[in-house]
Ligand binder design. Structure first.
Ligand code: MG
Length: 265
């Protein structure tokens, strides 16, 4: 029986499974994971998929859980980060884009580009869009969200200051680690979010400190550009940002979602 995409998203959300993308028998595949097992699916999670076999989660080589057409980011969205950057509390979200070529897989290497000075980590809650989203209210936004994952909005801080706008500083290849999976069954309103460099805590905050909540952000962005399934909205970073250097291991951990670890080279 043909299943439309509305039903596909509903099936996943009702199952409480996590959406993963992985290498299986040499191919990129989507799957639905519990704590131990990945059920491979026949198509994108947004399409009319059917289950197609299973593999163990631990042995799976995970990729970014989705392939967005765009990554929309919010500049200053935690009260603590606004303070540390010397910014006023914004009265509307400040948004910018990272190109899809910034995507970096769980466990992937973050390359410090030649000619950059300070490069910073920024732990962020990432919203993954599940349905075409155009001019929705904050109330409608929740219905269109597939789930949530961890992101690291890597930023070349000195270039950001020098350029006076953010495109170059935020857009180097690999500057958006994303994963390890999309958690579909979680309330994003008050989750602990932490980052670590080489095992020591650098950021430790709660998503309840956001200035604009995830539903307000998705609504705001959807009045500028249409979001399509797989698109990602990064919701800003809390206070405690700092530099990373070659040899470092950087981790973003979000309560009830998971942990995203990358190495710096
Ligand atoms: Mg950021």
């Amino acid at each position: 029986m043909e299943v439309n995409s509305q039903d596909a998203i509903t099936r996943i959300k009702e199952s409480g499974m996590r959406v993963v993308r992985l290498i299986a028998d040499g191919d990129c595949r989507y799957g639905l994971a519990d704590n131990a097992t990945v059920t491979l699916i026949s198509d994108e999670p947004f399409a009319a998929w059917e289950p197609e076999g299973a593999i163990g989660l631990r042995s799976a080589q995970l990729l970014t859980p989705v392939v967005p057409t765009k990554i929309v980011c919010v500049g200053i969205n935690y009260r603590g980060h606004a303070e540390e950057m010397g910014h006023e509390i914004p009265t509307e979200p400040v948004i910018f884009l990272k190109p899809p070529t910034t995507m970096n897989h769980p466990g992937g290497e973050i390359v410090i580009p030649p000619g950059t000075g300070r490069v910073d980590f920024e732990a962020e809650l990432a919203v993954v869009i599940g349905r075409r989203t155009h001019r929705v209210t904050a109330e409608e936004a929740a219905h269109n969200i597939l789930g949530y994952t961890c992101a690291n909005d890597i930023t070349a801080r000195d270039i950001q200051k020098r350029d006076g706008q953010w495109t170059r500083a935020k857009s180097f290849d690999g500057f958006c680690p994303l994963g390890p999976w999309v958690e579909t069954d979680v309330d994003p309103s008050d989750l602990r979010i932490r980052s670590y460099v080489n095992g020591s805590v650098r950021q430790d905050a709660r998503t309840s400190d956001m200035i604009f909540n995830v539903f307000e952000l998705v609504s705001f962005v959807s009045h500028v550009m249409t979001l399509v399934p797989g698109d990602v909205v990064l919701t800003g970073t809390p206070s405690g940002i700092g530099p990373i250097e070659p040899g470092d291991e950087v981790e973003v951990e979000i309560e009830d979602i998971g942990s995203l670890v990358n190495t710096v080279v």
